[in-house]
Ligand binder design. Structure first.
Ligand SMILES: Cc1cc2nc3c(=O)[nH]c(=O)nc-3n(C[C@H](O)[C@H](O)[C@H](O)COP(=O)(O)OP(=O)(O)OC[C@H]3O[C@@H](n4cnc5c(N)ncnc54)[C@H](O)[C@@H]3O)c2cc1C
Length: 383
């Protein structure tokens, strides 16, 4: 099989489809020939994405629920956050996939192959893509891949896993206020590292309860389940409920620098370093990167390597936080509690979006204990 494409996108998940949608926006006449490859069809609700956003976003038509009232909790505090214009939004993956594929299926020049990519070789503009089913010899202007392959562990890399399990529960009687969500509840036992709950009510009788841990390794399945059950009964005081669906995930949090470009392949999404190392939030970084890439393609730029994954200052902040957590100098509960106690959430959100200026960052950095973070910063800079 020998073919020529303008773009090849491997991975029809969040990053691949977000980029493809923007490329299609810039090509209303469907002149671009595009090959989309994924190992499987995207027809299940394999995750939910939550993120904060001001105003209406690009994927607003598939926002399933949003909250403007967020609560932060720990053992001593329950605080309504000053989120300003930010809304905390939820998108169900299945709605996102359906929305994107409704459009993709109408585009005559997009070819879809379902097969796992095992290897990509690149020579003189030609790609040899080895999938589980066949070998493809293809020529393409650009090849983007969202296939995450992990990263090497080194002495200077600080890494944790963000692992979580969510239960979507239903009750017979109204138990939840769908107008407000618990953004982080640190009142749960902190025995594994940084441990908190999300409570995301979808209606008075339905909520997603998610147990989230930042630590070196994942827990046993029953440990997540026990923690969620305890929380629902002891904290939320809900004894009668059904589990309508579950969600499990692991997100890498690492100071490793994922290359954006290597051997003919542009890496996007988590594979391309779009996961914020200190929080695991990825959805909005993928959107920003998709806009940048599609914008560059529209301008006819042939070398995209000028597009940076994140500004170095923010990468440094992330790695300092990972170092402090990994070396157990301070707990995540202490760090996030200090931040949310002292700084309005709208400013923290902007900071975590890598959008603040140095002047805006000063009070945020100053809120952290100078000794611990100063030493960690020095070690990080000179390591
Ligand atoms: C359960 C879960 C919940 C999450 N929730 C949030 C959240 O609330 N907010 C947030 O900001 N981030 C969240 N994330 C992190 C991040 O946003 C998601 O992982 C997001 O889907 C990353 O997008 P991606 O395109 O990089 O990877 P994916 O969306 O996983 O897409 C990768 C695609 O590549 C395909 N693929 C994999 N291997 C191959 C192969 N060998 N050949 C061909 N295709 C292949 C997969 O089938 C998939 O379609 C969550 C992650 C998980 C796992």
């Amino acid at each position: 099989m020998t073919m020529e494409y303008d773009h090849i996108i491997i991975g029809a998940g969040c990053a691949g489809l977000s980029l493809l949608m923007r490329i299609m926006d810039n090509d209303p006449g469907y002149t671009k020939k595009i090959l989309l490859i994924d190992k499987s069809k995207k027809d299940t609700n394999d995750r939910t994405w939550c993120f904060w956003e001001k105003d209406s976003g690009y994927f607003e038509p598939v926002v399933y629920k949003q909250w403007d009232h967020l609560i932060f909790r720990n053992k001593d505090l329950s605080k309504t956050l000053d989120t300003g214009a930010y809304q905390y939004k939820m998108i169900r993956a299945v709605d996102f996939y359906n929305y994107c594929f409704d459009r993709i299926n109408k585009a005559p020049n997009i070819e879809i192959v379902y097969s796992a990519v095992e290897e990509i070789r690149f020579k003189n503009g030609w790609y040899t893509i080895q999938t589980a089913a066949k070998t493809m010899e293809v020529k393409a202007g650009f090849l983007f891949s969202a296939v995450y392959r992990g990263f090497p562990k080194t002495k200077s890399t600080f890494s944790l896993l963000q692992h979580f399990k969510g239960w979507l529960i239903e009750t017979d009687i109204p138990c939840f206020d769908p107008g407000q969500a618990v953004f982080m509840d640190f009142s749960v036992p902190q025995q594994w590292g940084t441990v908190f709950m999300y409570v995301l009510p979808l209606s008075p009788d339905k909520a997603l309860i998610e147990y989230t841990v930042f630590s070196a390794s994942a827990l046993l399945p029953e440990q997540y389940d026990d923690a969620i059950r305890n929380y629902i009964t002891a904290q939320l005081k809900v004894s009668d409920f059904r589990i309508a669906a579950t969600e499990y995930g692991i997100i890498p949090m690492t100071s490793h620098r994922f290359p954006f470009y290597k051997d003919g392949v542009y890496y996007i999404g988590t594979a391309g370093g779009q996961t914020k190392a200190s929080t695991g939030y990825t959805f909005q970084f993928i959107q920003k990167q998709s806009v940048q890439i599609a914008g560059a393609l529209k301008k006819g730029i042939t070398d995209l390597t000028g597009i940076q994954p994140a500004r170095s200052r923010f990468r440094l902040y992330d790695s300092i936080l990972l170092r402090v957590l990994s070396e157990n100098k301070m707990t995540g509960e202490e760090i996030f509690s200090t931040l949310f106690k002292k700084i309005p959430a709208k400013k923290i959100f902007r900071f975590l979006d890598n959008e603040t200026t140095l002047a805006e960052e000063f009070p945020i950095l100053n809120a952290m204990p100078g000794g611990i973070f100063g030493i960690a910063a020095m070690k990080q800079i000179f390591s």
